[in-house]
Design a binder for this molecule. Structure first.
Ligand code: ACM
Ligand code: ZN
Length: 529
């Protein structure tokens, strides 16, 4: 087991520290094959922006005092995301069978670079000393995700780019973009302009937490144009991140219904909500116009997002309005459905079949899973109450992404979810048979933003817990060690400092038991920002 090394997060599979240092300076050269020249340029700009030195290129491989990136077919055993990193006093050599692997090797180098305080000044030139070592590394899970709810509070594309930079540093590869919510529709859809003209704006916002009665007293609005979405998709691609868009349906859809009431059961004009919670205005599965509307939206979404996997939400769907709707009643008779839950299954099946016919796969929150769910559909396991359905889906051959509510929901404070608990969470259920372990595609930590109106609050909620999730996502289970993680976190936090990330401090992240108990009520209260 690797312990107490002040190196990097996530901890690599194999790491052999050697004697000696590689000295990076303005005389260092960088080489890459033409096929990975983009990665060379990525590293050159990163280094120049962060350390003020522009590293020059070399045409030759492994010359003295050089950094080298090379695709190497002999390393296929490490997978396309795996890499080998060899640092000697003469050169740095990153090799992988895939471009992603080289990218992750670069993320490791970024974490090895000395930060403020460690920089030595020789002859008035900066140099950066990096320890000699050999690393062989590959991820445990293929899905290493972070979810960002931009519906409750809109966050600009600059914030999204910063998030993508941060998650890529942690070798995470899925950005689940929760784009639609009751309180705001955040993506431009050309065929339905009211979705953003009406749905992206609300008159006010509740502040201070679930039990509060206060409001901010100002409107809130924002959406991403399709051009901005394309820019983000490209930015993510350059960081080997897949953007999985979520268009939430049939619940959490008040903003869409405020824009187009005809897709709801009651067809009544409503306003975009200014409170948070679960609302009974949901899409009406009895009306054909609802499916026409959602499929037209999905067509534009599919054009924007190359991701094979598309998220359709599916959580927290009150059936109240369906029960008194003549269209829903008609649909149930026509389809021979007895319970209103079956109407949700019918809805999911129509949408997921449509996505499938377009070469995509559906993912949804665990509420979409039941006996009839297509085995191709991926369940996102968040609610403890969904465990039975999740296990059934796995037994059937289905795949699951784990987002445990009590461990991975980063919107709760550290009294509710201390860092240590997040770190020590094991995503593969203990009783799951070994032959089914591969069906756990990976893990994802969501941040819901009811009480997250700005970047400072976002940073505090997310860091350092996301680093803990990332280590579970990437590192071998047997290499994980909380003490070692905390030790390495100090170095990681220096990088966060350089990016002005407002992470929670070490004395906040693991409140003592008694303090936790006394302060649990704070789960419902938030600063009034
Ligand atoms: C959820 O937290 N409602 C998925
Ligand atoms: Zn209806």
């Amino acid at each position: 087991m690797i312990q107490y090394d002040n190196l990097m997060i996530p901890i690599p599979v194999n790491l052999n520290l050697k004697d000696g240092k590689f000295v990076l300076s303005k005389n260092t050269k960088i080489h890459s094959a033409e096929s990975v020249a983009n990665l060379k340029h990525y590293f050159i700009s990163y280094f120049s922006e962060n350390f003020g030195v522009t590293i020059k290129s070399s045409k030759e491989y492994l010359i003295e005092n050089s950094i080298n990136f090379k695709l190497d077919d002999t390393l296929t055993k490490l997978g396309p995301e795996g890499y080998e990193l060899i640092i000697t006093d003469e050169h740095i050599d990153v090799r992988s069978s895939g471009e992603a692997g080289i990218f992750y090797g670069i993320q490791t180098i970024k974490q090895l670079l000395p930060r403020d305080g460690d920089i030595s000044v020789l002859n008035r030139e900066f140099t950066w000393e990096i320890p000699c070592l050999i690393i062989e590394d590959f991820p445990r899970f293929t899905w290493r995700g972070f979810m960002f709810d931009v519906g409750r509070h809109f966050h600009s594309i600059d914030v999204i780019k910063r998030v993508l930079d941060l998650i890529s540093l942690l070798k995470m590869n899925v950005f689940h973009w929760h784009l639609t919510e009751d309180q705001g529709w955040r993506i431009e859809i050309k065929k339905y302009p009211q979705l953003t003209e009406i749905g992206s704006r609300r008159k006010d916002s509740k502040i201070g937490g679930w039990t509060s009665k206060k409001y901010r007293g100002q409107p809130h609005e924002g959406f991403y144009t399709q051009e901005q979405v394309k820019e983000i998709v490209q930015y993510a691609k350059e960081r080997f991140i897949t953007i999985v868009p979520e268009i939430e349906m049939p619940g959490h859809s008040s903003a869409a219904i405020a824009s187009y009431p005809e897709v709801s059961c009651k067809e009544e004009k409503i306003e975009v909500p200014i409170k948070f919670g679960i609302f009974s205005d949901v899409f009406c599965p009895g009306k054909e116009i609802t499916f026409e509307f959602l499929i037209n939206i999905l067509d534009e979404v599919l054009d924007l997002f190359p991701s094979e996997i598309i998220h359709i939400g599916g959580d927290e769907v009150p059936k109240k309005n369906w029960k008194s709707c003549s269209d829903c009643k008609g649909r149930m008779e026509e389809e021979g459905l007895e319970k209103h839950n079956e109407l949700h299954s019918y809805f999911t099946e129509r949408i997921s079949d449509y996505l499938k016919s377009n070469g995509r796969r559906t993912i949804g929150w665990n509420e979409i899973l039941d006996e009839k769910t297509d085995v191709d559909v991926i369940g996102q396991y968040w609610a403890p109450t969904g465990k039975k359905q999740v296990l059934k889906h796995i037994r059937k051959g289905g795949e699951i992404v784990v987002s445990n509510f009590f461990r991975y929901y980063l919107d709760y404070n550290y009294f509710v979810t201390p860092l240590r608990k997040t770190y020590n969470f094991e995503p593969i259920p203990r009783k799951l048979k070994k032959e089914n372990h591969e069906q756990i595609k990976g893990v994802e930590a969501p941040i819901w933003t009811e009480w997250v109106p700005n970047t400072a609050r976002l940073d505090w909620q997310v860091f350092p817990r996301l680093a803990a999730v990332a280590e579970t996502a990437w590192s071998l289970k047997q290499n994980k060690n909380y003490k070692s993680f905390i030790f390495r976190l100090e170095k990681f936090n220096q990088i966060l400092d350089s990016m002005n990330v407002n992470y929670a401090s070490s004395d906040e992240v693991n409140p003592k038991c008694l303090k936790r108990f006394i302060n649990l009520r704070r789960a419902l209260k938030w600063p009034e920002v």
